[in-house]
Design a protein around this ligand. Sequence first.
Ligand code: KIV
Length: 314
Amino acid sequence: MGGTREGLHRRSPPMSTAVSATKRVTVNDLRRMKAAGEKIAVVTAYDATTARLVDQAGIDCILVGDSVGMVVQGHDSTLPVTLDQMIYHASSVRRGLARSNGHAHLVGDLPFGSYQAGLDDAVRSAMRLVSEGGVEAVKLEGGADYGDVIRRIVRAGIPVMGHIGLTPQSVHKLGGYLVQGKDSEKAQRLLRDARELEAAGCYALVLECIPTELSRSITRQLSIPTIGIGAGPHCDGQVLVIHDLLGFDTGVAPKFVKRYATLGETIQAAVQGYVAEVRGGVFPSEEQSYHAPTLRIVTAEKESAQPGSVGRPV
Ligand code: KIV
């Protein structure tokens, strides 16, 4: 088949390959944004195309979340996600950003089992996610108990984003995906965890599914940015899973989700249109068809009777 791959596969606008001086968002920028009262917008991405699109839309930070296990792989928890899979998705996102001169800060989740068993294990996992996955920082779930793990990873030169409140990797311990810190004692413990994580060297902290009153108090008491999901409006930034934000699901969403599009419906309508056109012989039309008017093709019978002869076009 003739033509270049670029010529034939125009599925999306070509990514720019020009070298530009686009500045990446750094941990220092995020700290400065908190100090200046500028809100930080974070979203998840798991592939190159989505990374390019959300970056060009102006996102400050992309999280390659282990939520990939639920929204891409179809599991009912994040627990089966492996470090190799996180590296695969992170490196896809990094390539998407690189090819479009992306500026977003890139964070990758350390998945379940990659940092809980020991300090050396945790440092090695974080190093792989940075060197092979191309992330600038790692995120891990857990409170004060993870102070040592965080210190060791930070000492290796890798920024760590903490994550407290509803920590999905502990779903079985928590007894479900439930709002955390609803009574004063548990709220006090989460506030202590937040302080300890800052002291251990975290540069930012995700607060998931906790009451607004608690997230406001944590945000005020920390000098590092807090990034909320289901934690109300007082956090320094917000994060959403991209599939939730875009409305891939058509069912009832958790209370903290706001859908900014209804892509689930859009995709279904588009594919229904495609199915109908294929069945009706409408697609492909002339517009999507190639021609070679000078082509001569010999029928099978003539070809076997006179090998090498040029016969009647079919
Ligand atoms: O895995 C993930 O996407 C996350 C965010 C929801 C914070 O941890």
